[in-house]
Write a protein that binds this ligand. Structure first.
Ligand code: BES
Ligand code: MN
Ligand code: ZN
Length: 495
C-alpha cells in the first residue's frame, strides 16, 4: 500500500474517510460533500444519531453527488481530547472497514487536529494506524482466490498541513520495524529457527547495521553453559546475534537491548502439555521485538548508539537434552541447578546479558522476553511487566510506554525474590515456587546483571501475540516492543 499526501481528493477513490469530532460542526470538506449530496450526509447522521462519539461510525454507500463509492464517517470524540491514539485508531478502523475489492482509500483531514496533538501529528498518526492495520501474513495461503486478498493499493491523506508528510516519515520506518517483528513472530518454527533467524538479521546490514553471529563453538569457548544447555536437545545450532547501530557520536553512551529468542519452546524434558503448544513458535517474541526495533532505529537513522543482542535456541526433548537436576555453569561463572527445563528463557538471557555487558559496557540494558505464563495471570494482555530497581529507568520506560501505546506496568523485584531461588547444590536454581513466578524469573536474570549496571527486564508474554483483531493490529503477531524501544531511544538518547 502506497501512502501519499495530497491537496485534493483523488478521482476514483473507492472509499473516502472523514473523521468527525463529537458534537461539532462538519469540517469544511464534509460540508462540501454534504452540499454535493443535497444534504444526504447530514440527514443520515441525524437519522442514525451519529454525533462523532469515539468508536462510532457512519457508513454511507452510493450517495448521489459523491464520487467515492463509499463515504465513511468515523467518530473522533471531543476535539479537545484528541490524542495520537485516537488518530491511529481512526486510520486502523478505516482499513478494517474497507472492502477487499477497494483499490484506493482517501482521508479528508482538513481541520483534524487538537490541543495536545497538532494537525501534522494527527494526520501522520492516521496514516500510521492505517498502515499498521493493513498488515497481512498470508504467504502460506496458496489457495486464496484473487478477490479474497485485499486489493488496496493507494492511501491518500488529503487536506493535512505540509508538516504531516515529514512527521510521517520516521513513523513509517518504525512501522517497517513493527512489520518485521510481526513477520518473525508469525513464522512457524520449521522455517524460523536459530540459523534462519540469524540470516534474517544479517539482511539488516542493508540498513547500516553491523551484524555479528556467534555459533555454538564460539559460545562454548566463552563458557556460555547456561544458554547452550537449553539448545543441546535440538538438532538446530544455537546462535547469538549482535546488531549494532552506531548512529550517535563516538562519545555517546551505548544502549543495549537483549531479547529472548526461543524459536520453539516444547518445555524440553519438562515437556509442556500438547494443547496450545503451537503458541510456543512465538517464544522468540523478545528477540523479534529487539530485531524490529533495530530495523526501526536504523531505518530512521536514529542519532544514538544502540546494540541489540538476541539469544537464539530451540528447546526440545531429546536423548541429549538437559535434565531436571543438571547443574550448568554460566559465562559469568555462576552455577545453576536446572529444576525445570521449561524455565529456559532466563537461562538464555543469563549468558546473553552477561556477554552484552562484557562486550559493550552499556549505560543501560533492557531485556525483553516472553518469559512467564504468570505475567499473563497478573496483567492479562493489557500491559507488559517491567522489573527494575532503577526508579529513573522505570520512569523513562513508563513514559515511552505511554507515548508508544506499548503499555507497561511496574512489577515488584526485591531481595525476597532473590532468596526464593537459592539452591542447596548450586548458586541458584532456575525456578522458585508458583508464587510470584514472574518476579522470581526476573530475580534469576538479575543475578547476571553486574553491580551498578542500570537494567530493566520486560516480560512480554501477554503482549507478543494478539488473539483477536485490534484497531491497529490484525490478530497474530503484534510487534509489541518495537515502538516502546524506539520511543525510549528517541526520548532519552537522541539529544
Ligand atoms: N515461554 C514460556 C512462557 C510463556 C507462557 C510465554 C505462555 C507465552 C505464553 C516459558 O518458557 C515458560 O515455559 N515458563 C514457565 C516457567 C515455569 C516452568 C517456572 C511458565 O510460565 O509456566
Ligand atoms: Mn518454557
Ligand atoms: Zn519459553
Amino acid at each position: 500500500m502506497k501512502i501519499s499526501f495530497a491537496k485534493s481528493i483523488p478521482a476514483k477513490t473507492d472509499i473516502l474517510v472523514v473523521p468527525v469530532f463529537e458534537n461539532a460542526d462538519f469540517s469544511p470538506a464534509l460540508q462540501d460533500l454534504d452540499a454535493a449530496a443535497d444534504g444526504a450526509v447530514s440527514a443520515a447522521a441525524k437519522a442514525q444519531k451519529f454525533k462523532g462519539a469515539a468508536g462510532k461510525s457512519l457508513n454511507l454507500i452510493g450517495l448521489p453527488g459523491i464520487e467515492a463509492g463509499r463515504l465513511l464517517l468515523l467518530g473522533a470524540g471531543k476535539q479537545s481530547d484528541l490524542i495520537t491514539d485516537t488518530a491511529e485508531k481512526i486510520g486502523g478502523r478505516a482499513i478494517a472497514a474497507t472492502p477487499l475489492t477497494a483499490k484506493t482509500i482517501a482521508f479528508a483531514l482538513d481541520g483534524f487536529g487538537g490541543v495536545e496533538t497538532s494537525a501534522d501529528e494527527a494526520a501522520a498518526h492516521v496514516a500510521l494506524g492505517a498502515r499498521l492495520r493493513s498488515y497481512r501474513f498470508d504467504k502460506y495461503h496458496t489457495l486464496l482466490e484473487a478477490d479474497k486478498k485485499p486489493a488496496l493499493e493507494k492511501l491518500v491523506i488529503v487536506g493535512a498541513p505540509t508538516g504531516a508528510k515529514p512527521a510521517f516519515a520516521p513513523l513509517d520506518k518504525m512501522a517497517d520495524g513493527v512489520f518485521l517483528t510481526r513477520d518473525l513472530v508469525s513464522e512457524p518454527a520449521n522455517i524460523l529457527y536459530p540459523e534462519s533467524f540469524a540470516k534474517r538479521c544479517e539482511e539488516l546490514q542493508e540498513l547500516g547495521i553491523k551484524v555479528t553471529v556467534l555459533g555454538e563453538a564460539q559460545m562454548k569457548k566463552l563458557g556460555m553453559g547456561s544458554l547452550l544447555g537449553v539448545g543441546q536437545g535440538s538438532i538446530r545450532e544455537s546462535k547469538l546475534v549482535a546488531m549494532e547501530w552506531m548512529g550517535g557520536k563516538k562519545t555517546d553512551p551505548t544502549v543495549a537491548f537483549v531479547g529472548k529468542g526461543v524459536t520453539f519452546d516444547t518445555g524440553g524434558i519438562s515437556l509442556k502439555p500438547g494443547p496450545g503448544m503451537e503458541d510456543m513458535k512465538w517464544d522468540m517474541g523478545g528477540a523479534g521485538a529487539v530485531t524490529g526495533a533495530m530495523a526501526a532505529l536504523a531505518g530512521r537513522k536514529a542519532k544514538a548508539n544502540v546494540v541489540g543482542v538476541i539469544g537464539l535456541v530451540e528447546n526440545m526433548p531429546d536423548g541429549n537434552a538437559q535434565r531436571p537436576g543438571d547443574v550448568v555453569t554460566a559465562m559469568s561463572g555462576k552455577t545453576i541447578e536446572i529444576l525445570n527445563t521449561d524455565a529456559e528463557g532466563r537461562l538464555v538471557l543469563a549468558d546473553a546479558i552477561w556477554w552484552t555487558q562484557e562486550k559493550y559496557k552499556p549505560e543501560v540494558v533492557i531485556d525483553l522476553a516472553t518469559l512467564t505464563g504468570a505475567i499473563i495471570i497478573s496483567l492479562a494482555h493489557e500491559h507488559a511487566g517491567v522489573f527494575t530497581s532503577d526508579d529513573d529507568l522505570w520512569t523513562q520506560i513508563n513514559q515511552a510506554g505511554t507515548s508508544s501505546k506499548d503499555t507497561v506496568w511496574r512489577m515488584p523485584l526485591s531481595k525476597a525474590h532473590y532468596d526464593m531461588i537459592k539452591s542447596p547444590i548450586a548458586d541458584m536454581k532456575n525456578i522458585g515456587g508458583r508464587e510470584g513466578g514472574s518476579s522470581t524469573a526476573a530475580a534469576f536474570i538479575g543475578n547476571f546483571v553486574k553491580e551498578g549496571q542500570s537494567w530493566a527486564h520486560i516480560d512480554i508474554a501477554g503482549m507478543a501475540w494478539n488473539k483477536k483483531d485490534s484497531p491497529t493490529c490484525p490478530k497474530g503477531g503484534s510487534g509489541y516492543g518495537v515502538r516502546l524501544l524506539n520511543d525510549f531511544v528517541a526520548q532519552n538518547y537522541e539529544g
